[in-house]
Every structure is written in structure tokens, then in C-alpha cells.
Design a protein around this ligand. Sequence first.
Ligand code: GUN
Length: 306
Amino acid sequence: MGVFLYSKDYINFKKKELSIKIDSLKQKQGRAPSLTVILAGDNRASLSYVRIKDKLAKEIGMKSNIVKFDKDINEKELLIKIDEINNDDAIDGVIVQLPLPEHISVNKIIDSISPDKDVDGFHPINLGKLFRGEDALYPCTPLGIINFLKYNNFSLEGKTGVIIGRSNIVGKPLFFLLLKENMTLTIAHSKTKNLKDICKNADFIFAAVGKPLMIEQDYVKKGAIVIDVGVNAINDEKLINEVFSDYPKKIERFKKRGYVLTGDVNPNVVKTAKYLTPVPGGVGPLTVITLLENTVKTFEQKHEIS
Ligand code: GUN
């Protein structure tokens, strides 16, 4: 029987560290690092994520600003706004919350962000540097996971890992970051055959596919470390009662709200694994704190502080 690996301690530790750093940067440079978050459209989950980012940034003394556009904004207007931000010396980091409305080219928008302000680490220059193993602004979720694993003193070198999911935001950059730590990796996806067998041999499993409860207990080697990146809302009462029979609070929450949040991993995997990150309370907060860390990094680089 393993345990759920909450990120709360790590987040509190990082919040303190960043607050102290921002205080001292303010004294030296006369202003705090500043983040701008662009949101286009009315995706409810995106709005909630953006608010969480803004709130935490302010909590640790950073300047933060949300720029909202409605869903029929055109690409040109968005590009003009990004250009304005790129040229604004008082803004250190900018992200465009994804997904964008369908008529907008995500790549065109990401490519227009100044690589020095790209605190999401999605610009091809930053991704290219990651590919080459150079220092850069790295994507927040994968980098947050690496930092969290190190904080917990997990040894990664020579260990086997399976990443399930090949997105540009998580799967692919996570592969390169874990490779840098000398792990031996497999990247699995929707066309992978024998996923269960592949997972069963792994010391670490990173699930980032967006398929609720896909990784079951029999996918996991005894004593493995399982990192669940998925966030899915489910409302199937029968399934919820079955999966969460050991977690009555989850069932209560379902009765109140009509849905529960779950990862890509069945929580009962904790019985076989050594550690499983919970959903919520695991990977989600790592993304946010790492975004703020990246913003402080851009500020320091701009002012040549290291
Ligand atoms: N949507 C889901 N994850 C992310 C992220 O890390 N950054 C941005 N900008 N959008 C997202």
C-alpha cells in the first residue's frame, strides 16, 4: 500500500522562496516581476485556471494582469496585442491560455511571443533549446514535475519511465526533461500496443492523456511512482461509486456538485504503487508555481541577476 503524494508542502516552500526573492528584486530594481495572461473566449476551465494564476502571482508579490478577449477576436487583433506586450519593458512574462478559439492558429500566436517573455516555454526557440539540452524557459507542467520529483529526493538516473501522451504542452517536453535526468524512457500514445505490459515494467509512470481513470491497478509495478497529469470531470454515478468506494468524501462531493474531478489514473492504483499524485492536489498546482518561477527567471535574466 502506497501513499498519495500531495504537492502542498512543495508549493508552500516555493511560495516562501519566491516571495523573498521578489521582495529583494523589488528593492534592487524598483519594481516587481510582471506577468500578463491573455485569455480569448469563454472556456470555463480556462477562466478558472487564469484566475488561479493571477491570484497566486499577486499573493507572492508579483504584478499580474489578465487581458480578456471574446471568442470571436481575430488573429490580427491578438497578434497586435502580443506585439504591444513584447515591446512593453514593464512586462516580463506573457502567456496565452490554451485552448484558443478554433479559427485562431495556435502556432502563429505562440511564434509571435518574444522568446524572452515566453514563460510557458512553448516558443520554438525555447523548445529547440530544450531539445539541445540547453538552459531556456521550459514548459511549466513538465518542469514543475521534475522540480517536485527532485524536492522529494527521488532518484531518476537509470530509472525506467513511461510517458503516456505526446502533447506539445506535457508529453514531448517531459520526455526531454527526463532524458536530461538520465532516465530510460518510453513515450506511449493512442496507437501504442501492449500499453499495460510497457507500464508494468516502469519505475515511473507519467499519465498525460486526458482519459479519465485509464491507468488501472494492473498497469502498475509494485512500488512504482505514478504521476497523474490528467484533470477530468466525470459524472457517471455508477462508476464514481465503484471507483471511489474507499473515498466517501469524493462521493459526497459528487452528490453536492454533480461531478467529481479525477485524473487519468484510477486512485486505487495507490494500493500497488509507492506514490501516486492525487487529483486535485498533485500536479495542477505545480504548473502554476512554475509559471511564476519562470516569470522571475525572465526578470532576472533581463536585469542580469543570477
Ligand atoms: N492549457 C492547459 N495547460 C496550459 C499551459 O500550461 N499553458 C497555457 N498557456 N495553456 C494551457
